[in-house]
Design a protein around this ligand. Structure first.
Ligand SMILES: C[S@@+](CC[C@H](N)C(=O)[O-])C[C@H]1O[C@@H](n2cnc3c(N)ncnc32)[C@H](O)[C@@H]1O
Length: 232
């Protein structure tokens, strides 16, 4: 049999792809991340074995995928896209090394979907022509000198709790304190929270998961909010 590595999208269960949902509905075994919505986990067949990834180490996840993938159809359901800060590459390499057939089903990554949900385009002609995404769980180890210099939009993953320190370090290395910035918590979900402020006033996220967006594109939110019409 085989393993399907599926991106579940950024939070709202409707943002999984058509192919991703079909794979979940066909699963004999579903190994799912903490960030995946309960509605999607419920889409697996009633008799499917459900395994919460949180209770396992990465090595145990790899072993479970190899073991179940040899005997049945296993779906590894991951938040956002499997290959964006998702360890999807590690799991695919482990499956390949073990000779277990696998496929990849891309997902809607939070890198653009979460800012978009908060009316922030990560690129915008004449404002930002590039996006630099980085993991910010350890702010002290970041090359903030390089990040402060790079043009365009900065998107920090896993840095919500340390947003204030990240801002402080970027400013110390020359990023203007007036740069527009946002902390978006629980993006695309009903309880999404958005904090928009100059970089110099950025505060830690009040909920998880959270994404930090820094750059002039954040200022577009006000205009887009004023012009937006509901599509429903
Ligand atoms: C381990 S990374 C996984 C990213 C995922 N593979 C993707 O493509 O979006 C988890 C981080 O993604 C960001 N994130 C994921 N979903 C989010 C959401 N709904 N709202 C805000 N940030 C989110 C947060 O920075 C969180 O700490």
């Amino acid at each position: 049999m085989s393993v399907s590595l599926v991106g579940a999208g950024p939070g709202d269960p409707e943002l999984i792809t058509v192919r991703g949902l079909a794979r979940v509905r066909a699963a004999d075994v579903l190994v799912y991340d903490r960030l995946v919505s309960a509605e999607l986990v419920a889409e697996a067949p009633a008799q499917a074995l459900r395994i919460a990834r949180d209770e396992l180490t990465q090595a145990e996840v790899n072993d479970a995928l190899i073991d179940h993938g040899r005997r049945s159809f296993a779906v590894r359901l991951k938040g956002g896209d499997p290959f964006v800060f998702g360890r999807g590459g590690e799991e695919a390499l482990a499956l390949a090394a073990a000779g277990v057939p696998f496929e990849l089903v891309p997902g809607v990554s939070s890198i653009a979907a979460v800012p978009e949900s908060a009316l922030i385009p990560v690129t915008h002609r004449g404002v930002s022509q590039s996006v630099t995404a980085f993991a910010a769980h350890d702010v002290e180890k970041l090359d903030v000198a390089a990040l402060a210099r790079v043009p365009g939009t900065l998107v920090a993953f896993m840095g919500g709790a340390r947003a204030e320190r990240l801002a402080q370090r970027l400013i110390e290395h020359g990023k203007p304190a007036s740069t527009p910035a946002a902390v978006i918590s629980r993006g695309t979900l009903d309880d999404e929270q958005v904090q928009v402020t100059p970089l110099g006033s950025l505060a830690a996220a009040t909920a998880t998961p959270a994404l930090v967006v820094i750059g002039e594109v954040v200022a577009l939110r006000a205009a887009l909010g004023a012009l937006r019409r509901s599509a429903a």
